[in-house]
Design a binder for this molecule. Structure first.
Ligand code: G3H
Ligand code: 13P
Ligand code: ZN
Length: 322
């Protein structure tokens, strides 16, 4: 199977009450870890590339790595998606360069500008058989060079979604309901603490999600910033020389619930970074004499695979849906 768009994936996910995982890729080990997990669990998967990933690894290398993964996993529906495209030009370059899906993220612009640029991308993308994700509402956290303070994010206004989707013709919509990017999703002051002193985040705004669903029934919704920042990995990082105090993510049960509703795409990057870093830190500490990168990248790749397998089975519900 060649790379596919997300159209069929989302239709089946919507009807089946599950979500497709969209995992960020930056190098070979990450591509392999994600797609081996999806292959073994017979799950559809979205591989997404940020502007930062393109400047780190180079567009062509990333496309070729993903093409290799498609060849190795011929029965798995895979989409190659641009994450947080911030202009028509970057979207065009990915559409022309082999991507099957792009995100145009003008969510920090005024509504009318967001509509205008999104519509321009949609017209070009659809002419080339590519689908478009757009965004309404602002997440907290860091996306490439844009940084939004926790507490300064703005939830999506359900009143705007129908007009936005109709006027732009976008194929899926990312909304802001309290998730955010990175490994520090909430300030301590926004949370409570459990008996072990671990931060407990405020719940996602399911009321906002449900209002959005009412306005655009049947339309695929996307959640960014959906890493759960598993505490066992934070502990390993901190135990082996790292320093990630009060790292905190979105509880998995909330994401599972969102996947049962209209959320068809769930974005996960930080958990992959955390799994790799924890594994490499531990490996380095335990093998101070090793210097062959394959020695520590092999368990790091396995950690990516295990993390993605866990998400597919316990969060997304997409196992067996290829
Ligand atoms: O949305 C943010 C993603 O985690 C990508 O992060 O821009 O550092 O590649 P990046
Ligand atoms: P996390 O930082 O929560 O993994 O979110 C990733 C994301 O939304 C990529 O677009
Ligand atoms: Zn994002």
């Amino acid at each position: 199977m060649a790379l596919v768009t997300t159209t069929e994936m989302f239709k089946r996910a919507y009807d089946g009450g599950y979500a497709v995982g969209a995992f960020n890729v930056n190098n070979m080990e990450i591509v392999q870890g994600i797609t081996e997990a999806a292959g073994e669990l017979n799950s559809p998967v979205i591989l997404q590339v940020s502007k930062g990933a393109r400047s780190y690894a180079n567009h062509t290398y990333l496309v070729k790595l993903v093409e290799a993964a498609v060849k190795e996993n011929p029965d798995i529906p895979m989409a190659l998606h641009l994450d947080h495209g911030d202009s028509f030009e970057v979207c065009k370059s990915c559409i022309d360069g082999g991507f099957t899906s792009v995100m145009i993220d003008c969510s920090s612009m005024p509504f009318e500008d967001n509509v205008r640029i999104t519509k321009q991308v949609v017209e070009y993308a659809h002419d080339h058989g590519v689908v478009v994700e757009a965004e309404l509402g602002t997440l907290a956290g860091v996306e490439d060079e844009v940084s939004v303070e926790a507490g300064s994010e703005s939830y999506t206004h359900p009143d705007e979604v129908e007009e936005f989707v109709t006027r732009t013709g976008c194929d899926s919509l990312a909304i802001a309901i309290g998730t955010s990017h990175g490994a520090y999703k909430f300030k301590a002051s926004q949370c409570t603490r459990n008996e072990e002193g671990i931060l407990v985040p405020p719940p996602l705004r399911f009321d906002v999600l449900e209002e959005c669903i009412k306005r655009i029934p049947g339309f695929p919704i996307v959640l960014h910033g959906s890493s759960s920042v598993p505490q066992e990995f934070v502990k390993i990082v901190n135990q082996y020389g790292g320093n990630m105090p009060d790292a905190i993510g979105i509880p998995e049960a909330e994401l599972r619930h969102a996947a049962e509703l209209a959320v068809c795409k769930i974005n996960i990057d930080s958990d992959i970074r955390l799994a790799m870093t924890a594994t490499i830190r531990k490996y380095m500490a335990e093998h101070p004499d090793h210097f062959d990168p394959r020695q520590y990248l092999k368990p790091a790749r396995q950690a990516v695979k295990d993390m993605v397998a866990h998400k597919i089975q316990n969060v997304l519900g997409s196992a067996g849906k290829a």
